[in-house]
Write a protein that binds this ligand. Structure first.
Ligand code: GDP
Length: 592
């Protein structure tokens, strides 16, 4: 028998993340007590409610010879969804509009929405929830409502794929511009098909052919140019050819044959999240598998909750949310992060366990790297070392407006040396989750118009995460700019050491003036900074030039001992003066 065959015979067991010892034993038909005893012999003291971590799984394998694989809820839903091909149904496409600034992305999104919104008759006010859905000739299309590359890339960076088709908007009067190229690269990197919309054809200087020719140079050959990329000439402003554009979305979609299983526990991706004063944390999720219902218990990243209510983009409550639908969910325990996966699980107890399992893994798997910039001060030091650095930021603010503004302007401060990358931004106060993320990704947290709670500050300190809070945007920008060019002045924090009372003043030839003192509090050290205090007044600030105890040079004199102190370049000590000693420590300015 070859060793390979032997390997194949190794018994295997799969358990889901967040399974505790009791459930594991029940499933396998072994007594929990026996396993606990066996683990104890291996030096591990655990109870029946203990989650099975990778470490425990390894020990169980060692004891029993059963290879244990911890699977994610995501894997489980994926497996379930694919298990019965008969249950798969076509799902609507999710479309993102990308392109150069001012080429008309927002206008196009609005124009499409206005002419096609679902439930127009419901009279609901359209709200920004991150995506909207439209029905056209019985087919739905979901549009991601945040045009541009930032959201697309941010979601993708977190491993979330939400977009099925990219509409690349190119203004006919301007042609291919830097962000057009960037959009092409992003879509290609994500393997998402591109549909071109040549916009602003109503403009006097419009030259759609020139734009198409430029696109061909970027490797995007539209049909007129002998390629297979679909392209439609439109005017978002005049609402010209929008129907043709949607027709083409339908066509590209048919080729993609997108499918999902509506009958498994719902799974999706968080598109946007925010804190609502009345409703609490709200998140818009695009459903990718299954069907979500109010009352469903879910897990999202390291958060969990119970869907108290589901809303569409008109604020209308929904009884269910199906495949590719954007749905705003109320009932999160905390504001989740864009890009987090969202999955329905059977009950609150397992949701809690999975959340704590993920949180402990997140903390363990991401030890702090020594060379990673963690504070603005360290950032500068690392820039001095050469090369391009990335300053990763997490932005939290009181209102959407300010967070959006910072999202727009901060990345533009990037230079050849430092690239500013916002890895997460949201409204609401700084949460434990932000700290974990900052620690995991070596990011700095910027808070705008918010005051972090003490427990969060404590956690930040423990995790060595820098939090900076501001209430003026330009000050925030200023600090970031200064850090990038290395001008940030560190704040000097004073640490009190002790006091000495001057009993007599001696004049010693060559040595000069020496104060005969009694240390009345703390200690005086040779290297300390000192100030000479007379009454209320500080007479001198400087350093000690000599410190003696019984004629010997010493490094330190403690409370209740006498000593002789000489002050560096100072004359005029008087009896009754007080010498206060302190040291200083550099701390990152304005942090905490
Ligand atoms: P975005 O930065 O790509 O989202 O661009 P916007 O949608 O904000 O549009 C930029 C400017 O172009 C605005 O002043 C729009 O009114 C204008 N615009 C957008 N689409 C058209 C169009 O089809 N024709 C004309 N003439 N102007 C347009």
């Amino acid at each position: 028998m070859s060793s390979n065959e032997q390997n194949n015979e190794t018994p295997k067991a799969q358990i889901r993340e967040g399974t505790n010892l009791k459930d594991f034993c029940d499933n396998l038909g072994v007594r929990a007590k026996d396993l606990i005893n066996a683990l104890r012999k291996e030096g591990l003291e655990v109870g029946v409610n203990q989650d099975i971590t990778q470490e425990i799984a390894g020990l169980i394998t060692k004891i029993s010879g059963v290879a244990i694989e911890i699977t994610s809820v995501e894997d489980e839903i994926k497996r379930l969804a694919a298990s019965d091909p008969d249950e798969l149904v076509s799902r609507p496409p999710v479309v993102t509009i990308m392109g150069h600034v001012d080429h008309g992305k927002t206008t196009l999104l609005d124009a499409i929405r206005e002419s096609n919104i679902v439930n127009k008759e419901s009279g609901g006010i359209t709200q920004h929830i991150g995506a909207y859905r439209l029905d056209r000739k019985g087919h739905s299309i979901t549009f991601i409502d945040t045009p541009g590359h930032e959201a697309f890339t941010r979601l993708r960076a977190r491993g979330a794929k939400t977009t099925d088709i990219v509409i690349l908007v190119v203004a006919a009067d301007d042609g291919v511009m830097p962000q057009t190229k960037e959009a092409i690269n992003h879509a290609k990197a994500a393997g998402v098909p591109i549909l071109v919309a040549i916009n602003k054809i109503d403009m006097a200087g419009a030259d759609p052919d020139k734009a198409k020719q430029q696109l061909s140079k970027e490797g995007l050959l539209v049909e007129d140019w002998g390629g297979d990329v679909v392209s439609v000439d439109v005017s978002a402003k005049e609402k010209t050819n929008l129907d043709d554009l949607l027709e083409m979305v339908g066509l590209v979609n048919e080729m993609l044959e997108l499918k999902g299983n509506p009958n498994v526990p719902a799974q999706g991706v968080v598109l946007e999240a925010r804190l609502d004063a009345q409703k609490g944390p709200l998140a818009t999720v695009i459903i990718q598998q299954g069907t979500l219902h109010p009352g469903d218990v879910f897990i999202s990243g390291t958060h969990f909750g119970k869907a108290k209510a589901l809303f569409d983009e008109h604020g209308k409550t929904l009884k269910e949310a199906g495949l590719s639908m954007p749905v705003e969910i109320m009932g999160f325990s905390e504001v989740p992060q864009a890009g987090d996966l969202f999955q329905v699980v059977s009950d609150l107890e397992s949701a809690k366990r999975i959340a704590s399992f993920r949180l402990s893994n997140l903390k363990k798997d991401t030890p702090l790297q020594k060379d990673a910039p963690l504070t603005l001060d360290q950032l500068f030091k690392s820039i001095e070392g050469g090369g391009t650095k990335e300053l990763r930021l997490i932005i939290k603010g009181d209102v959407h407006g300010s967070v959006d503004t910072l999202n727009d302007i901060l990345p533009n401060l990037s230079t050849d040396q430092v690239i500013i990358k916002i890895i997460h931004s949201a409204t609401g106060n700084i949460t434990e989750r932000d700290i974990v993320l900052a620690s995991a990704s070596h990011a700095i947290i910027l808070g705008y118009n918010i005051k972090p709670q003490q427990n969060i500050l404590d956690l930040a300190k423990k995790e060595q995460v820098e939090i900076r809070t501001y209430d003026v945007i330009y000050q925030l920008m200023d600090d970031i700019k200064k850090a990038m060019v290395g001008l940030l002045d560190p704040v000097i924090k004073e640490i009190y050491l002790g006091r000495a009372q001057i009993k007599r003043v001696f004049h010693i030839p060559r040595a000069g003036e020496v104060a005969g003192c009694l240390v009345s509090d703390g200690k005086i050290t040779r290297n300390a900074d000192v100030r000479l205090i007379r009454g209320e007044e500080v007479i001198y600030e400087g350093r000690i030039s000599s410190l003696k105890h019984l004629k010997n040079n010493v490094t330190e004199v403690k409370k209740d001992y006498e000593c002789g102190i000489g002050l560096d370049r100072f004359k005029g000590i008087q009896e009754g003066d007080i010498i206060e000693a302190y040291t200083t420590e550099k701390v990152a300015p304005e942090s905490l």
